[in-house]
Design a protein around this ligand. Structure first.
Ligand code: BGC
Length: 784
């Protein structure tokens, strides 16, 4: 393929594409039925080969330099599809923003910010010409603290993750870009996530997540149901097996649960190379193979093999029509058939560099051209969200916010710019990450290359300079850990120590410690400096054995906040904004306290079926696990986070049933829609509490509503309590606000495995409102 040479032509083309990109405002989505009709008409005009083309992907090439593509059908004016990672920015691109990772988003507990991030993400994908964003992620959820990809998703609580999925899908698709909710399902560990081949040719199968039906419904499926309800275009089946069969060939979870029970009308796409057969997958419900005709793996099962299966009657034409129609429905629904920007030609050069390295023979196919810069003013929202997702875990002696201090030190290898530049954190490369440089995102397909990055050092230096202060620094963790503060004089008033823990796709974390001598670095810094403030960048759960050191006066958990990381943090440190994040997971006192270990088998593994993960703990992960084990005390619990002000909650909690006493089972006569039975999504109760800002500053309270279902009328395995509502409210000093939580039928139900339906149990349900999973301030019981 050819691209224009010559600077002015390139500039003209780039500008034109940019104008097209920002001007082409997507129209509101069509209804599923309208879109389905258009898709059916389209598919009815196709030959078998063309239909198979629609469901068989290819790695990027030609005019579609994307990580996954569907070829155009020119005679019908279909330009093909470009699929790109996701989930926190347009991967393998230039001129894009690095948004906050999922775990930071969850830590905001803020629906508006979740939606706005989604919208901005969608705008960037659209402007780059990517029809499909490979995200958001609700799998892994975080059964294991060591999970390499936990940071991509929204944490281990299904309700919080469900809201984040729903807001993300709505935001991204409001920009006219398709979402692929991933990885369905039980994709909780990276270790043996895919099958492997021994030297003697034996195939050792991928890990099997063995999940009982109730746990599946109430925990791992829950956020996917939200995504379907919000209209996700696609769902990606994962690499792992579920209850013995590969996710992408598992008719129970694909056809029965997703397509029938949740009435999912879009298409199921395989994770990259997660397809292992032709008719088994097509008949189980897989609609699109990726990357299909892949120059990377070379093996694929749709394409010609699918044509043969159709011709031999092993896959019916009805099924192929259904697959092709499902692929086209979201395209028409989101109006991608009209005025969708063409893919940015610069993506080709970046894709080649990313995959094969600079100077590869393929580079000649894609000359470097300036990238279409699609960032707009998104840095502002990224900065806001980064601060809103920062969790203040400790704050003593009035350490924060900073006020009149003038003498500072910035310590730790997580503070400055990465010495390797705008790195691609390629998956599997290095389980520890790069030594020098701040971490604002994890590694693997979910990483995003930085067009811009404001490191903590940069933002803090700017601020300290502006107040006429003094800044010292030491980034070498070994020097710090060894207490060699040779260059530090005088002892600073404030020592800001930055710690990091890297996580990446492809490998689980070796442990859940902060890395690079972090613990020793804290101890030494605290010995030097009685006002040590620790800031952490982690993919989720990480141990803090130094948390109770009295010279550690404040701890801020900033997760992976995206490219404005330094600015978000400076805003919090100096109190321009509050650290209004709350933990979307529990921090244990010891790794062994957290819950089920990863499956790690000693080599050599010879049994092809050896990799089994039995989810015997059922729903008891994270805070549910701590609740179930009386006496097991977390260091910081799910939902916890301090503020610069303080809040009180009234003791009265009112529960009002909408429409009187509730029938135990949903009204089937209301029918189904994406998300399942419509009645499951109707509001059945409203809970009201009062909250007051009792401190001396304006601030955000994060009110959380938990419920306990009755013990006697629910089967064993019911969690002590589960989150079923949250609201973040900004309150002025002394302001009191009435806060309402709306509960859906689904929220008060458990999954009955015998009758395969949701049931509201008989007997009293306890409603509890508070400021964390262990800080309940108001409660009441009601038999619904
Ligand atoms: C990952 C997916 C990703 C895909 C395409 C896979 O290895 O598991 O999350 O979307 O690659 O890059």
């Amino acid at each position: 393929m050819r691209f224009p040479k010559g600077g002015s032509l390139i500039l003209f083309a780039t500008a034109l594409q940019y104008i097209l990109a920002v001007d082409a405002i997507p129209r509101p989505p069509l209804s599923w039925a309208e879109a389905s009709e258009k898709a059916s008409t389209f598919v009815s005009q196709l030959t078998t080969v063309e239909k198979v083309g629609l469901v068989t992907g290819a790695y990027g090439s030609g005019l579609l330099p994307c990580v996954g593509t569907i070829a155009p059908i020119e005679r019908l004016g279909f330009d093909g599809l470009c699929l790109s990672d996701g989930p926190a920015g347009v991967a393998r691109s230039d001129g894009v923003s690095v948004f906050a990772s999922g775990i930071t988003v969850a830590a905001t507990w803020d629906r508006r910010l979740m939606y706005e991030r989604g919208l901005a993400l969608g705008q960037e994908f659209r402007a780059k010409g990517s029809h499909v964003l490979l995200g958001p992620s609700a799998g892994p959820m975080g059964r294991h603290a060591r999970g390499g990809r936990n940071w991509e998703g929204f944490g281990p609580d299904p309700y919080l993750a469900g809201v984040a999925m729903s807001e993300s899908v709505s935001g991204i698709q409001a920009a006219g870009v398709q979402t692929v909710s991933k990885h369905y399902i039980g994709n909780e560990q990276e270790t043996q996530r895919v099958n492997s081949t021994r030297d003697d040719g034996t195939i050792i199968e991928a890990i099997s997540a063995n999940i009982d039906d109730r746990t599946l419904h109430e925990l791992y499926l829950w956020p996917f149901a939200n995504a379907v309800h919000a209209g996700t275009s696609s769902v990606m089946c994962g690499y792992n097996r579920v209850n013995g069969s590969y996710s992408c060939a598992n008719s129970e979870i694909l056809r029965k649960v997703l397509k029938e029970e949740l009435a999912f009308p879009g298409y199921i796409v395989s994770d990259w190379d997660a397809t292992h057969s032709t008719e088994d997958t097509a008949n189980a419900g897989l609609d699109m193979e990726m990357p299909g005709n892949s120059t990377v793996s070379g093996t694929y099962y749709f394409g010609d093999s699918l044509i043969q299966a159709i011709n031999a009657g092993r896959v019916s034409m009805v099924r192929l029509d259904d697959m092709a129609r499902r692929v086209m429905v979201p395209y028409f629904r989101l109006g991608q058939d009209v005025g969708f920007p063409t893919p940015d030609p610069s993506s080709g050069a970046l894709l080649v560099t990313y995959t094969y390295g600079r100077g590869s023979p393929l580079s000649s196919l894609y000359p470097e051209v300036p990238a279409r810069d699609v960032r707009g003013n998104h840095a502002r929202g990224i900065r806001e969200l980064g601060a809103a997702g920062t969790v203040l875990l400790k704050n003593v002696n009035g350490a924060l916010p900073l006020t009149n201090e003038t003498s500072f030190a910035v310590f730790g290898n997580d503070a400055p710019d990465p010495t390797l530049g705008s790195v691609y954190l390629v998956y599997g490369d290095d389980a520890v990450g790069n030594e020098m440089g701040t971490l604002d995102i994890g590694g693997g397909s979910g990483t995003v290359r930085h067009t811009n990055l404001v490191s903590p050092l940069e933002a803090i230096r700017k601020k300290v300079t502006s107040i006429g202060g003094r800044l010292q620094w030491l980034f070498d963790n070994k020097e710090i850990a060894d207490g060699r503060f040779r260059s530090i004089y005088p002892v600073p008033q404030v020592c800001l120590l930055f710690l990091k823990a890297f996580a990446t796709e492809g490998i689980d974390r070796a442990d859940i410690d902060f890395q690079w001598n972090a613990t020793m670095a804290v101890e030494s810094t605290a010995e030097l400096c009685p006002n040590t403030i620790v800031v952490t960048h982690s993919p989720g759960v990480a141990l803090m054995p130094w948390a109770e050191n009295e010279n550690v006066t404040a701890i801020l958990a900033a997760h992976y906040p995206g490219e404005e990381t330094g600015n978000s943090l400076a805003d919090v440190l100096w109190g321009v904004v509050e650290p209004s994040g709350r933990l979307p997971y529990t921090i244990p006192r010891a790794a062994s306290h957290y819950g089920p270990p990863l499956v790690e088998l000693p080599e050599p593994v010879t049994d092809p079926n050896a990799w089994q993960a039995d989810f015997v703990e059922g729903q008891m992960i994270d805070y549910r696990h701590f609740d179930a084990n009386v006496g097991l005390e977390p260091l910081y619990e799910f939902g916890f986070g301090l503020s610069y002000t303080s809040f009180e909650m009234g003791q009265a909690l009112h529960v009002e049933l909408v429409g009187g006493p509730l029938e135990p089972v949903a009204d089937h006569s209301k029918g189904t829609a994406p998300g399942g039975l419509i009645d499951l999504w109707s509001t059945v109760a409203v809970v009201t509490v009062n909250v007051t800002n009792s401190g001396h500053r304006k601030g955000s309270a994060v009110l959380q509503l938990y419920i306990s279902l009755p013990e006697d009328t629910t089967p064993a395995g019911t969690p002590v309590k589960v989150l079923r509502g949250f609201e973040k409210v900004v309150l002025k000093v002394d302001e009191t606000r009435k806060v309402k939580f709306k509960l859906l039928r689904r929220d008060l139900s458990y999954w009955d495995v015998v009758n395969k339906q949701w049931i509201i149990p008989k007997g009293p349900i306890r409603f509890m409102a508070g400021f964390s999973s262990r800080d309940i301030r108001a409660s009441s019981e009601l038999t619904v």
